[in-house]
Design a protein. Structure first.
Length: 419
DNA sequence: TCTGGGGTCCTAGGACCC
DNA sequence: TCTGGGGTCCTAGGACCC
């Protein structure tokens, strides 16, 4: 019998912080998004205080101060490295793995007996904690969608962190009480439409007419119905190169002048190009955008974006920088306080892709070698060892990050000290 | 004062062709 | 007074995820 298992790290960013700082155990802890804007990870204790997921930090100041909640700025270098450790461990212990996000992976197994899978998973969970320090939950089911539900139950209702929802009656019992919006792939908007159609629980969706739903909504929901019935429509996906690569950030403070905006854009562009070369791709075009703060509707609003296709796909930071900055000069308007800008690399192709352009005189080998050297230096000596002057040196646009923990696992200078 | 960043997939509708 | 129909491809935008 084929099974899907969803393995999910509990409160991942908080758990990472706790690995190197055990004093945080059993205490309320939250981790913030970029720019210290929103709360994106909460310990169980913080959840109990009623701090919602995604809430802006400033709205929770009172409850945080009153309850002495520990607050951390995001530390993605650190979390990314911890994620690698967890995923590599899972890969060693399981037959087939799809890494779905920084803290989640689907496992597919063809094991025969139900009892064995459960016991195996309990053991896997123990090993991951021992090797990495990160607690995980596992949901076992005949389809991906059901494994999501099982995982949810594993987190909420079990002490061993593993739940199997393969038994039909068990599944129905749980789905009867599960609001339709809590399903993987359904959110407020769709939930509302379904409720208008008289469907408010997962069980009702499972038992509704798939063809009717397809006609009135979309193929996505039709597939979901089959998945809820235990008929697998979504398989394990192998690692694919990204189709788009984005880099964007809101500024540490609103900016009116174009120069710092161009610097910020240059930095994001350099970052995006690094990611591009890391997955051995070239970009066929770019989209550059800029906007004011949409939360401040009383102030003048401006939002603009523009796409450009290259003559030939490229991964050379220098030429992409040049085009991106040119686009930005066209997008920017004087008189606004801008809040965020960014770039998306589009139409990615493998870098082996060669097509000579009739008028092109580019020596692309020379370009590739130059970029390879830059990447190698930055990889071995640390990010930003080499950077482009257009990224600026003062960096007044730089994001806020008041309470970042050490990059314990990726920086020699920030190793944990034991006294 | 302060509201994340980075992705994917699907659909509708326009452009274009014969 | 009358002005085709059917197919494909592409793009923008919506919705969703973590």
């Amino acid at each position: 019998m084929k099974k899907f298992i969803l393995a999910d790290c509990n409160n991942f960013y908080v758990s990472c912080e706790r690995v190197f700082n055990p004093l945080l155990d059993k205490k309320p802890v939250v981790v913030l998004s970029n720019n210290d804007g929103c709360i994106v990870s909460r310990s169980d204790e913080a959840k109990k205080l009623g701090i919602p997921m995604g809430a802006p930090l400033y709205q929770q100041k009172d409850v945080i101060e009153k309850n002495k909640v520990s607050v951390f700025s995001s530390n993605y270098q650190f979390y990314g490295d911890m994620s690698d450790r967890v995923m590599e461990s899972l890969e060693m212990l399981t037959p087939k793995l799809e890494i779905y996000s920084i803290d989640e992976a689907f496992i597919k197994t063809d094991s025969v007996s139900f009892g064995d899978v459960f016991k195996d998973v309990i053991n896997i969970r123990k090993k991951i904690i021992k090797w990495t320090g990160i607690p995980m939950s596992f949901g076992i089911a005949p389809t991906k969608t059901l494994s999501k539900i099982a995982n949810h139950i594993a987190k909420k209702r079990t002490s061993e962190g593993v739940f199997d929802i393969s038994e039909n009656s068990v599944a129905d019992d749980i789905m009867k009480k599960l609001p339709v919006e809590e399903l993987w792939g359904i959110s407020n908007k769709w939930g509302e439409r379904l409720r208008h159609m008289g469907i408010s629980t997962a069980l009702q969706l499972k038992n509704s007419d798939a063809k009717f739903i397809r006609r009135h909504t979309s193929v996505v929901l039709e597939r979901m119905i089959y998945e809820l019935r235990g008929i697998s429509c979504l398989n394990i996906e192998s690692i694919k190169p990204k189709k788009n690569i984005m880099s964007s950030k809101s500024f540490g403070a609103p900016i009116g002048d174009i120069e710092p905006i161009l610097e910020a854009l240059s930095s994001y562009t350099a970052r995006a190009c690094e990611k591009l070369r890391k997955q051995n791709s070239k970009a066929g075009g770019i989209y550059v955008f800029i906007r004011t703060n949409p939360f401040q509707q009383k102030k003048p609003q401006h939002k603009n974006g523009y796409a450009l296709n290259f003559d030939l796909p490229t991964s050379d930071t220098r030429s992409i920088l040049h085009e991106a900055r040119k686009l930005m000069r066209g997008l920017y308007k004087k008189g606004y306080k801008y809040h965020k800008c960014g770039i998306i690399l589009l139409d990615l192709v493998p870098d082996s892709y060669k097509q000579t352009h009739f008028f092109s005189t580019n020596d692309s080998d020379e370009q590739n070698n130059f970029m390879k050297i830059v990447d190698r230096i930055n990889n071995s000596m640390g990010p930003q060892t080499l950077f482009y002057l257009s990224q600026g040196i003062e960096k007044e646009w730089k994001m806020r990050s008041k309470n970042r923990s050490n990059r314990y696992t990726t920086k020699w200078s920030e190793l944990l000290e034991v006294n």
